[in-house]
Design a protein around this ligand. Structure first.
Ligand SMILES: [Zn+2]
Length: 469
C-alpha cells in the first residue's frame, strides 16, 4: 500500500513539473491611427476584430521563458527593447528569455518608432505616435498577466501539416526573370521559384486534470488576406476562435509567424477572388482543422531542463553606389504623395536611403533559442525571412520538434537566401542586408540548437513505465 501511494505521489509530482500561464491584452489602436502594410498611407476607420498581444510563459524548476506575439505588421527594435526591459523588472524574466514577435498582419497599425517609411503628418502622425509610445507597456501587461497565471501543466507537441493554403509568390517567368506576385492565371509563368513550408508545429498545454490552457501554433504564410481600412488579426482570428470552440472556452491560441518572407495565400492557378475577411476566415478554418487533427496525435514533452541562449550576428549591409544616393532620395520623397515613383524604383530608393543612414553600421540580428530537453526548440529571428532559411534550420535541428518564429525582437525587413538575391525581384530589392545574411542566421541558429542538446541528461523514464515496475 505504502509503495502504491509513493508511486502515485511520484506520478502526480512528475505530472506537475511544468507550469504554464497564458494571457491576452487588447492592443487595438484608435480610429484614425495610420495603418501599415502597403506603400501608401491609410487611416483606420475601425476594427473588424480586436488586435491582441498574446503571451505564453513556461516555467520549470524556477526557469521561465516567455513568448509574446502581437497582431502587428512588424516589431520595431525600440518597442521590443522597452517591453523586454519592463518584463525583466517585473515579473523578472530576463530579456534573453523573452521573445517579442509580430504576426505580420497587414491590417494593423503603422508604428511610429525607429525608421519609418510612411510620410505621416497631422492627426495620423499624432495618433500613431501616442499609440506607439504606449505599446511596450501593453506587451509587458500581457506577459505579466501570463506569469501571474502560471499553473501546473502538462505539455505536448504535435506536427500538423497543411500545404493547401500557402504559396510561394515568386515565379520564373518566360522572359528569364523572376516575377513577384505576377497575377492570377498569368500565361508567362514557367514555374514556382521556390518551395513552401506546410509544417504546422503545435505545442499544447493543459492542466493535470485535462483542462485546456493554451496552444502555440506556428505557420509560414503572409498575413495579407484582408486589406482595406479596418483592423483585423487576419486568419489567426478565425483560427483562435475555431480552436476555442472545439477544445474548450478559455483556450488561448498563440499564433506566431514562421519563415514566410516569400509565401502568401494567392493561388495563381485559379482565377478565384482571394481578398477580404471571408478569405481570412477560410484560411483560418483550414488551419484550425489541421491543428485539431494534430491535437489528436499529441506526444508528451519529457520533464527535462529549459535552456535559453541568445547570440548576435552582424549582418552586412546591402551594397549601393553613393553616386546614386541623391537621385534615390528624390525618388523616396515621392512616397505617400499623389504621384509616387513606380513601385520597384520606390522600393529600391527607400532601401538605399535607409542603408545610407546607417553609415556602414551592420544590422545586428539576435538569434534566440529556447528549448525544453531535446523535445522542444523555438528559434526566434528578426525580420521577414525566406522560407528556404526556415526549412534549413528545421532540417538541421537535432530536436524532435522545432519551430522558427520570425519577426522577433526587431524588424530589419526582408532577409532572403543567396539564391533569392541572385534572382532579384521585390523582397531582395527591398532588403537592407547583403546576400549571405540569411545563411549567417541559419548557421548561428543551427550551432545554437546543437549546443542546446549537448550535455543533457538521458531521457527520464516515462511515468507509466515507472509505475508498472
Ligand atoms: Zn509583408
Amino acid at each position: 500500500m505504502r509503495v502504491l501511494v509513493l508511486i502515485l505521489l511520484c506520478a502526480l509530482m512528475a505530472a506537475a513539473e511544468f507550469r504554464v500561464g497564458v494571457a491576452r491584452v487588447d492592443i487595438t489602436p484608435p480610429k484614425g491611427a495610420p495603418m501599415a502594410g502597403y506603400y501608401y498611407n491609410r487611416a483606420a476607420e475601425g476594427a473588424h476584430d480586436p488586435l491582441l498581444a498574446t503571451a505564453m510563459v513556461i516555467e520549470r524548476e524556477g526557469v521561465r521563458f516567455a513568448i509574446v506575439t502581437c497582431d502587428l505588421l512588424s516589431m520595431p527594435a525600440e518597442i521590443a527593447r522597452e517591453a523586454r526591459e519592463r518584463i525583466a523588472r517585473d515579473p523578472g524574466i530576463p530579456a534573453t528569455h523573452v521573445v517579442v514577435s509580430a504576426t505580420h498582419t497587414h491590417t494593423g497599425p503603422a508604428l511610429v518608432a525607429g525608421q519609418i517609411r510612411y510620410n505621416l503628418t497631422g492627426d495620423m502622425l499624432r495618433i500613431g505616435k501616442e499609440y506607439s509610445a504606449g505599446l511596450a507597456a501593453r506587451i509587458h501587461e500581457a506577459v505579466a498577466a501570463a506569469a501571474a497565471a502560471l499553473q501546473p501543466a502538462n505539455l505536448y507537441t504535435a506536427r500538423g501539416r497543411e500545404d493547401s493554403v500557402t504559396f510561394n509568390r515568386r515565379f520564373w517567368m518566360k522572359d528569364g526573370t523572376v516575377g513577384w506576385n505576377p497575377g492570377k492565371r498569368n500565361p508567362n509563368i514557367v514555374r514556382s521559384a521556390g518551395p513552401v513550408d506546410g509544417d504546422l508545429p503545435v505545442l499544447y498545454a493543459e492542466t493535470p486534470d485535462g483542462k485546456p490552457i493554451g496552444v502555440f501554433v506556428n505557420y509560414a504564410l503572409h498575413l495579407d488576406t484582408v486589406g482595406g481600412t479596418r483592423y483585423s488579426r487576419d486568419y489567426p482570428y478565425t483560427l483562435a476562435r475555431a480552436l476555442e470552440a472545439a477544445r474548450g472556452e478559455g483556450l488561448v491560441t498563440l499564433f506566431t509567424l514562421g519563415c514566410a518572407g516569400n509565401l502568401n495565400h494567392i493561388d495563381v492557378s485559379s482565377a478565384r477572388q482571394q481578398r477580404g475577411n471571408g478569405e481570412a476566415a477560410r484560411i483560418g478554418s483550414v488551419l484550425a482543422a489541421a491543428v485539431l487533427k494534430a491535437l489528436g496525435e499529441l506526444r508528451p514533452v519529457a520533464d527535462m531542463p529549459i535552456r535559453v541562449s541568445s547570440r548576435e550576428v552582424a549582418l552586412p549591409l546591402a551594397p549601393f553606389d553613393p553616386a546614386e544616393l541623391a537621385a534615390a532620395r528624390a525618388v523616396a520623397a515621392t512616397f505617400g504623395t499623389e504621384k509616387p515613383a513606380p513601385f520597384l524604383e520606390l522600393v529600391k530608393a527607400t532601401r538605399m536611403v535607409s542603408v545610407a543612414e546607417r553609415k556602414g553600421e551592420p544590422i545586428r540580428a539576435e538569434v534566440q533559442v529556447l528549448s525544453i530537453g531535446r523535445d522542444v526548440a523555438f528559434v526566434a529571428l528578426p525580420g521577414e525571412i525566406f522560407t528556404e532559411l526556415g526549412l534549413a534550420i528545421k532540417l538541421a535541428s537535432p530536436f524532435a520538434w522545432t519551430s522558427v518564429i520570425s519577426l522577433a525582437n526587431d524588424s530589419p525587413g526582408y532577409i532572403a537566401d543567396r539564391k533569392g538575391y541572385a534572382q532579384g525581384a521585390y523582397e531582395p530589392v527591398s532588403s537592407r542586408v547583403a546576400s549571405g545574411s540569411g545563411e549567417m542566421l541559419v548557421e548561428a541558429a543551427t550551432l545554437a540548437l546543437i549546443e542546446h542538446v549537448r550535455g543533457l541528461p538521458a531521457d527520464p523514464e516515462p511515468v507509466a513505465a515507472a509505475a508498472g515496475r
